[in-house]
Design a protein around this ligand. Structure first.
Ligand SMILES: Nc1ncnc2c1ncn2[C@@H]1O[C@H](COP(=O)(O)OP(=O)(O)OP(=O)(O)O)[C@@H](O)[C@H]1O
Length: 433
């Protein structure tokens, strides 16, 4: 992966035009050499026989070619008898034939497919493409190896598990996520049993923070209570006689704007700490916490409560409830892991090739991860490097947006009044400058 050391501008100035010329000139011979042609039709063969010639084999038609920041995208019409898997199997051969860094095949409509020819290693130095207008709860968190953007979309994938060995890039990934969510009307809740070292710097933008297992247990109880109240609200609105049939809702998103509670994103850093016990009293608390986490994972989506759970390892050996919780976390991100078992914990139920890809991430590829979801799809991604100072500055800048969730007030790390005072001080300092 770290072979191509040419700067990105080289791709625009030299690589892209050269690649275009190579593909156009060699398209037919490459298709033939890669076994992606089909025998001619009977009519063609008959016509050719009348002139004593041999009819050429049918080549899938290249109908469109588009430049992107990282390569070229070919739109291809397949010949009868071909399927997308033929091209997927040949992708390594196509890659070498066109001297590309990577080739990704994707199905379009029946009979059509797209081939992304990636010119260089886009994950070596992550440059995110121009951001589309921000959408609520949809944050561009990483770049995929095919040059497209990987979004953390809480409305599509409500809960996610982020795994990785120490120094693999989990915190940088979380920083990017928090930075993306900070300007949105979302309540951020942190559970960081590493004494708060990872999440406490974001305190101005957090509606609640727990830095010890005892606090985490209380906070989770409050979150479950909040979830229950939201369900009661939804049920109350459903029960109103005046509600037209088309407005009946089963989650907070169908509620009228003035009634809809603010979505809550709960970030749990180092989940294994929640499972650790030293005494039988701890065990009771642990069981209660895990049950509450599982309840949020099972029922939170409709109530607008989402989980982002991070850890170095997350398997059955953590104790009762660990596998049940993991099964509810649909989104999976696995950074470099120390052993295959850990990769299997994160990605085993997604695809064996995803497990292989995660175990192949080298220690120097910090921030590189395999992103998968339970649909079986996965891709290699890398988050852009976000400095802690930048993430902290974004949180301070948007401190005034921190929603006041009444149940969470006791856990708010910086009381609302102080947060506003900080912003006011910031603004007056800016004016003086
Ligand atoms: N996306 C990235 N791009 C470039 N460098 C990165 C990236 N992610 C991580 N790094 C580098 O790796 C270092 C460690 O990353 P990070 O602190 O996120 O690891 P971690 O998995 O949270 O480790 P720990 O579990 O020990 O806290 C960072 O300080 C940074 O230098």
């Amino acid at each position: 992966m770290l072979r191509h050391r040419r700067p990105v501008w080289f791709w625009y100035a030299v690589g892209a035009p050269a690649k275009l010329a190579r593909i156009l000139v060699t398209y037919r011979p490459v298709m033939e050499a890669c076994g992606l042609t089909e025998p001619p039709s009977r009519l063609r063969m008959a016509l050719a026989a009348t002139t004593n010639r041999t009819a050429p084999r049918r080549v899938p038609r290249l109908t469109r070619l588009r430049f992107t920041a990282s390569g070229l995208v070919l739109r291809i019409r397949m010949e009868p008898g071909q399927e997308v898997r033929d091209f997927e199997t040949a992708s390594e051969r196509l890659r070498h034939s066109w001297r590309a860094y990577a080739v990704h095949v994707a199905a379009l409509t029946p009979g059509w497919l797209q081939i992304k020819v990636v010119g260089y290693d886009v994950l070596r130095r992550v440059v995110m493409p121009k951001a589309p207008p921000p959408e609520l709860l949809r944050v561009p968190v990483a770049l995929r190896s095919d040059g497209s953007v990987h979004f953390r979309d809480f409305r599509t994938v409500p809960h996610e598990l982020v795994m990785g060995a120490t120094l693999s890039g989990k915190s940088v990934y979380l920083r990017g996520l928090v930075t993306g969510l900070a300007p949105q009307p979302v309540a951020l809740v942190g559970i960081d049993c590493k004494w708060g070292v990872e999440l406490a710097p974001f305190a101005p933008r957090l509606s609640a923070l727990a830095c010890a297992p005892e606090e985490a247990a209380d906070l989770l109880d409050v979150l479950v209570e909040e979830m229950t109240q939201r369900y009661e609200l939804i049920r109350g609105v459903q029960g109103l006689g005046s509600v037209p049939a088309e407005s009946i809702t089963s989650d907070i998103w169908g509620l009228p704007d003035e009634l809809r509670p603010v979505p809550i994103v709960v970030v749990v850093d180092e989940v294994a700490e929640l499972f650790l016990t030293a005494s039988s009293a701890d065990e009771k608390r642990r069981d209660q916490m895990v049950t509450q986490l599982i309840r949020i994972a099972q029922l939170g989506r409709a109530a607008g409560i989402y989980l982002e759970v991070c850890g170095q390892r997350f398997g059955a050996e953590l104790g009762k409830g660990a596998t049940a919780l993991r099964a509810q976390l649909t989104g999976r991100i696995s950074h470099r892991v120390n052993d295959e078992t850990t990769a299997k914990m994160a990605l085993g139920d997604i695809s064996p090739s995803a497990v292989l890809a995660a175990t192949a991430i080298a220690p120097e590829q910090r921030g590189v991860a395999v992103a998968g979801d339970s649909s079986g799809g996965w891709s290699l991604v890398r988050s852009p490097f976000t400095e802690l100072a930048d993430a902290v500055a974004t949180c301070a800048e948007h401190a005034h947006l921190t929603p006041d969730v009444p149940g969470l007030t006791a856990f708010r790390p910086i009381p609302a009044a102080t947060g506003l005072a900080l912003v006011a001080a910031d603004i007056s300092a800016d004016h003086k400058d």
